[in-house]
Design a protein around this ligand. Structure first.
Ligand code: ES4
Ligand code: ZN
Length: 325
């Protein structure tokens, strides 16, 4: 209990958060009504009861259905502002936010509508609450790579992108498919991250490092299956953004007690805890940290280590890092 209060009050950093995954049922239904979108849920309870997943794909189906209610700049603004309000409540001082532009483009929504809404909320949160952020454009790996370079250039014209990421259905969609756009992003001076080793094999983590030249791995929990890979991750001190509630909800591990985060810490890996899609997985950052540390019987030193890791792994300014350390 004492450590719960410690977790809540310590300054924190979040590095793996999909903004579309913060769409709480209440807001989902409100936006659906406002934009005249039909959903298979008649109320908040029936939406919540649909949030039961057997794997990543079964989650993604529900997640993309939810994202379809986001239509206007105001929707993106309100969604982002609500998450940042949570950050304020939770003591998160810096957050790195993924968004999935291809989903919205496929609904006929212009990129500047999506980015405009998100960026206004980010600017306000920095100004009003001192919460800094980095915006990361994710490419959906189960789509064609063909249009990604022009999408990247469109986003650069709008501005405000700190980096690119790679998300969505991992199996059958290896990182190598996106080599060109990641090379372009590197040349543009953008940061690069990728989901790898969530459902996919260690080989995908190798590819993300060697071919996409990513600076962090999102999830990466399957790295422990490959000792050579662990060695590489240790040598280069590559951060891994682990999302415990997500892994349990998507059946990567049967329960929190079986999660390998403790083993990853003990191996000396540069791990961080994150919430991924908190509206769908049952908790925000503090809940993830508290339950995981409890279930794995870790202690306050691990919490401090995890948050030091997150600060170090973040793309925020060195000034802000100093302020948080
Ligand atoms: C995601 Cl948990 C997860 N994995 C892959 N892609 C995603 N997009 C949103 N959440
Ligand atoms: Zn994710």
């Amino acid at each position: 209990i004492e450590f719960e209060s410690f977790v809540k009050h310590m300054p924190k950093v979040e590095l793996h958060l999909h903004i579309e995954g913060t769409l709480e049922p209440e807001m989902l239904l409100r936006f659906a009504q406002r934009n005249e979108i039909n959903l298979p849920y008649k109320d908040i309870e029936s939406a919540r009861s649909a949030y039961q997943f057997k794997d990543l794909q079964s989650f993604l189906n529900v997640y993309y259905l939810g994202a379809s209610v986001l239509r206007e700049e105001l929707d993106f603004y309100e969604l982002t502002k609500a998450y940042l309000q949570r950050c304020k409540q939770q003591g998160i001082m810096h957050t790195e936010i993924f968004f999935d532009p291809q989903t919205h483009l496929s609904h006929g929504i212009a990129l500047d509508v999506v980015m405009g809404g998100i960026r206004s909320a980010l600017a306000e949160a920095e100004c009003e609450w001192g919460i800094s952020s980095a915006l990361i454009l994710c490419f959906e790996r189960d789509r064609d790579a063909e249009s990604t370079v022009s999408l990247l250039h469109d986003a650069m014209k709008i501005g405000g992108i700190a980096g690119i990421g790679l998300d969505s259905a991992e199996l059958g969609n290896p990182p190598r498919k996106f080599q060109e756009v990641f090379q372009r992003a590197k040349n543009l001076g953008l940061h690069r991250v990728a989901h790898a080793g969530e459902e996919g094999p260690p080989e995908y983590i190798w590819e993300a490092l060697n071919l996409l030249k990513v600076e962090r791995i999102d999830h990466g929990v399957r790295c422990l299956e490959d000792s050579g890979l662990v060695e590489r991750l240790l040598e280069e001190r590559i951060p891994l953004t682990v999302c415990p509630f997500s892994n349990v909800e998507l059946k990567v591990f049967p329960d929190l007690e079986s999660h390998n985060l403790g083993k990853m810490i003990d191996a000396g890996l540069h791990v961080t805890i994150n919430s991924d899609d908190p509206a769908y997985f049952g908790g925000y950052l503090n809940e993830n940290i508290i339950s995981t540390v409890n279930c794995l019987e870790r202690d306050i030193n691990d919490i401090i280590l995890l948050q030091k890791n997150a600060i170090e792994a973040s793309f925020c300014t060195t000034e802000k890092k100093k302020q948080m350390f």
